[in-house]
Design a protein around this ligand. Structure first.
Ligand SMILES: [Zn+2]
Ligand SMILES: [Zn+2]
Length: 345
């Protein structure tokens, strides 16, 4: 793999279009499908479980662990997270990490792979930019080179193997729920409805939840913390995104294991990491240091900070440097959208 050049082929683009369009078609058919009686409790349970597993594979695994090194973990945990994240069908783990590290290094600047501000700040430019940040960038021929952005992962034989196994994991993610649904109900209808709800609908929701962080969370939201980009905290996405939509804090301090650091900010990914830590499966967890964060608040006097679940952050638990920093140029016009009392509810 060359250092600078990684190009997406036409075949890869066609396959990518397929795994995006098919789940979207399923969303369009969801109401008549359910109305026609093709939705049972088993389908809902399978869809929910598959959503939980693959979403946290992305948020805890691909994002907080592999991209940002927010904690260290056993080989079994790393492999499990890499496989579950791959089954969210957002690309092989090493490419995903390369794209996301490039995003942080150039956030909302020229080399950001998916900034919604790419075309300018006017209404039409912003609409184009939102489309680009949400979906369009995935079809960019020039890909972020892993040799530049993720050399540590390229040196990990386990992760190279999981990345190469991506096509097989896509098939498993699509057909696994159908197999389980068919076997548990011992019927073809059980297999079809499980495929529809736990594969297609689940993948559509996981896709658009993740891509909303790139699009919506870089345009709207509260900005209680100082950053050099347009990242915002978007409350209504917090539950479905497993805590990833507290994106303003994340860009302020990218290596933290917990993104929802203010009172009332739910962050199920942080709870998963705390659970792994309590069982000795994860360690060196970068929990927030309240005083360090308070210094980064736009209005330090307004907000109390909370410790992560079940964890009292020890002094000095975080290194002063970030492994990936928001070092893009200052963005004119950035302003704090903090309104008194709005965060922390
Ligand atoms: Zn971002
Ligand atoms: Zn990140």
């Amino acid at each position: 793999m060359s250092y600078d050049e990684v190009r997406q082929t036409l075949l890869q683009k066609v396959l990518l279009a397929g795994v995006i369009v098919l789940p979207l078609l399923a969303i369009a058919l969801a109401v008549p499908f359910a109305w026609g009686g093709w939705l049972g409790w088993l389908d809902l349970l399978l869809a929910f479980l598959c959503y939980l597993l693959t979403t946290h594979g992305i948020t805890v695994g691909f994002h907080r662990h592999f991209t940002h090194g927010a904690f260290r973990a056993t080989r079994t945990v790393r492999l499990t997270l890499a496989i579950l994240g791959s089954m969210a069908i957002q690309g092989p783990v090493i490419q995903w990490v390369a794209d996301h590290r490039r995003h942080h290094q150039h956030s909302d600047a020229q080399d950001d792979p998916h900034s919604p501000w790419r075309y300018g700040t006017g209404p039409v430019a912003l609409m184009r930019g939102l489309w680009w940040a949400h979906l369009g960038w995935l079809f960019d021929t020039a890909q972020s080179p892993p040799a530049r952005y993720a050399p540590d992962l390229l040196a990990d034989r386990d992760l190279v193997r999981v990345s190469r196994a991506f096509p097989g994991l896509v098939v498993a993610s699509l057909l696994g729920p159908a197999l389980i649904g068919g076997l548990l109900t011992w019927s073809w209808q059980g297999a079809v409805t499980a495929f529809f709800w736990a594969s297609l609908i689940r993948i559509a929701v996981v896709h658009h939840m993740t891509w909303s962080i790139n699009s919506i969370c870089h345009v709207w939201g509260e900005r209680p913390f100082r950053t050099r980009d347009h990242s915002g905290n978007v409350r209504w996405l917090a539950v479905i995104s497993a805590g990833e939509s507290w994106h303003n804090l994340h860009h302020c301090d990218p290596t933290l294991a917990r993104h929802g650091v203010l009172p009332g900010q739910v962050d199920s990914s942080a709870r998963v990491i705390a659970w792994l830590e309590a069982r000795g499966l994860a360690w060196d967890v970068r929990w927030p240091d309240p005083e360090r964060l308070r210094r980064r608040l736009v209005e330090p006097s307004l907000l109390p900070l909370t410790a992560p679940p079940g964890v009292v952050a020890p002094a000095g638990c975080m290194s002063p440097e970030s492994r990936v920093t928001t070092d893009g140029p200052p963005i004119p016009g950035q302003r704090a959208l903090l309104s008194a009392g709005s965060p922390g509810n």
